[in-house]
Design a protein around this ligand. Sequence first.
Ligand code: 5AD
Ligand code: SF4
Ligand code: FES
Length: 366
Amino acid sequence: MIKTTNKNIKKILLKKELTKEDIIILLSSDIEGRNILYRKSAEIKDKYVGRTSYYRGLIEFSNICSKNCYYCGIRRDNKFPVRYELDDETILSAVKFAFENKFASIVLQSGERNNNLFTKRIENLLKKINKLTNSQLGITLSSGEQSEEIFRSWRDAGAHRYLLRIETSNKDLYYKIHSNDDKHNFEKRLKALENLQKIGYQTGTGIMIGLPFQDYEHLSDDLLFFKNFDIDMVGMGPYIEHAETPLFRFNKMLMPAKERFNLTLKMIAILRIMMKDINIAAATALQAIDPIGREKAIKIGANIIMPNITPSENRKNYRLYENKPCIDESAEDCTNCLEARINIAGDNIGYGKRGDSKHYFNRIAL
Ligand code: 5AD
Ligand code: SF4
Ligand code: FES
């Protein structure tokens, strides 16, 4: 085993490419070592994407989901959340809020459904949003795995970006947190991600950090997976247990929440060093552990923040994990609150700018 010394860390940070072993050493760094890592990642953020964070107004438009991921609070078999689907008018009024407040981008997120009624509805909704905003908003969709044809129809209707977290790039671990069946198939998920990239979306993925059975090797492989895939955007956050889910029974195996949090920050910092021009989100789950968690992520490398603009009355039913922040706040509350916080973290907000992934344009120009 290679010893993790600060000298070692400094040496690794001078390298052009990081190996799996290098990443494992960085992930195991102590407080002093991780501060060296954070200084480097902040420097790279400054240089390549600048000290601007971009808003994505997050609209969780439906918590109805046909899947049963073992970790998720809104999984199909969970009887507790009241299921909802926002109507077009409500969604459009949230879109208007984002547009008028110069957010410049929105994320439409929901559980996964594959029926025609749902997929057509999204297509129509996208057209309405573009009409309302003169096609000026950056639109990210996050509604799970769909056929290539559906992905294309949504792209044609005006979606620019798509988020589909791989959750873990390790197949064995994937099947520890999902059942192994047609609805939860690792190869299919990978294929869906490849299709998104092929169709021309700015493609985003991500993982959860601190899952039961997960180790540094898995996490190191995840970062290399993002790099090899040439991904444009990444959102990764700590795994947070939810009592009404099957994965909860492995709770005793988890590292303390604070450690999951610190590990997430290290992952973000290393990723920024490995992929200098991508967009990295400061995941909301960070704030479930540390009240200024998202700001800490912004400081060391993240550049995207997703203020929740879902109508307040629905937020409590979109609880993927426990302690989800901003459940009782309104869109205005979160917006005002966030700006001050981000300024403290050293960033301005890119009001009126879409903040597309620079990596995407560099990638397609090649
Ligand atoms: N803890 C943290 N993140 C979670 N997600 C779902 N459940 C949890 C949880 N318990 C994440 C998944 C999913 C995204 C929408 O939310 O990564 O892709
Ligand atoms: Fe559905 Fe996504 Fe939750 Fe899985 S993680 S159950 S696909 S909402
Ligand atoms: Fe929601 Fe601060 S970001 S209340």
